[in-house]
Design a protein around this ligand. Structure first.
Ligand SMILES: C[S@@+](CC[C@H](N)C(=O)[O-])C[C@H]1O[C@@H](n2cnc3c(N)ncnc32)[C@H](O)[C@@H]1O
Length: 330
């Protein structure tokens, strides 16, 4: 199989970062991408890369970024052979967790209705038109596309998950110059204090961080003065100061560290130097929002809850509840 040519996919965003004065980041990225793709490639990379390459070319692809599914269409349509190659290629990139997507009539019903999260968050955001955005832990980039649909000038998502990157590239491959990029790196890999983004999102990441206050400080460092943080994370009920640390797994998830109450989160934002922090939404996650589908055939939320009491996780903790908070960097 052909080696994954990371230059082809990432040189344009590296050039953009250089042109916008982020040379510190491009220097670090070149080393990280070389390590990731050349020195130490992931065991499944050849399979995912082949699946990506098998997708048919569509010369007249169009996209609608403002529907619940990121929707690709082709006025000329795809012939049956191309439709078969499309379906097989996309199946080769399973499991699809974050979406939904509609590739020229092939609808990918993802594990998560990520559009529901967007519908909860979007009404509370400063107008995204013309903004430069960082989406930390962006998964397949579903929300990045929605941000572009809301008029963002440039969106950069970061996520260490390589399958997510290939799923992102499956969409991006049809959209050429779209101002949306996904870099397969972690928050900790970014240089400190870049202070260049107008809005930074961290959705579904804080509870995976062993040191949540450091995560908030890192996020603050990405923002220009007056920039907006959008933080979405698992919370529990409780007074200011309260935070749950699971003994081991939470809802079968590993790497879950702190589930604070909303008043605790507000205090954390205040203590890490954000201003005007407010909770704009609190929602329980249901088995309609996160579930097994034909495109994600592993266990999902219904299997992670107590069958006798679905308001609890299988470990006996309160069931998943998520809060969205918005705050500004002074
Ligand atoms: C629960 S998913 C959330 C995805 C998406 N933001 C959403 O809200 O639907 C958490 C994501 O964070 C990513 N992640 C975990 N640790 C990270 C880190 N240190 N830096 C950046 N992303 C991270 C994971 O790979 C995963 O895709």
């Amino acid at each position: 199989m052909a080696l994954f040519d990371w230059h082809k996919h990432f040189d344009p965003v590296l050039s953009y970062l250089n042109e916008t004065g982020n040379t510190r980041w491009t220097t670090a990225l070149k080393e990280q991408l070389t390590r990731r793709f050349e020195d130490n490639p992931h065991g499944d990379m050849a399979r995912w890369h082949n699946a990506l390459q098998s997708l048919p070319d569509v010369a007249d692809a169009r996209v609608d970024l403002n529907q619940s599914a990121i929707t690709l269409t082709s006025p000329g349509g795809l012939d049956p052979d191309a439709m078969t190659r499309l379906e097989n290629g996309l199946r080769g990139l399973m499991p699809w967790r974050k979406g939904p997507f509609d590739f020229f009539g092939t609808y990918i019903d993802t594990e998560w209705r990520s559009d529901w999260k967007w519908d909860r968050v979007a009404p509370h955001l400063a107008d995204l038109a013309g903004r430069t955005i960082l989406d930390v832990g962006c998964g397949s980039g579903y929300h990045c596309w929605r941000m572009a649909g809301a008029g963002a000038r440039q969106v950069i998502g970061i996520d260490p998950g390589l399958l997510f990157m290939f799923q992102f590239l499956a969409v991006k491959g049809y959209l050429g110059q779209a101002p949306v990029d996904l870099l397969p790196v972690r928050m900790e890999d970014l240089p400190a204090d870049m202070e260049c983004f107008d809005t930074t999102f961290s959705m579904g990441v804080l509870y995976h961080r062993r040191s949540p206050l450091d995560h908030l400080l890192e996020l603050k460092g990405t923002l220009r003065r007056g920039g907006e943080l959008v933080l979405e994370t698992l919370v529990v009920d409780g007074p200011e100061g309260y935070s749950l640390m699971p003994e081991d797994r939470y809802g079968q998830m590993r790497n879950v560290w702190f589930l604070p109450s909303c008043p605790t989160l507000l205090r954390w934002l205040d203590r890490t130097g954000f201003r005007n922090a407010r909770v704009v939404d609190v929602s329980e996650t249901t088995t309609d929002e996160q579930r097994q589908t034909d495109w994600m055939r592993f266990n999902s939320l219904a299997d992670f809850l107590d069958p006798d009491n679905p308001s609890k996780t299988i470990e006996g903790y309160p069931g998943p509840k998520r809060a969205t908070l918005i705050a500004e960097k002074p």
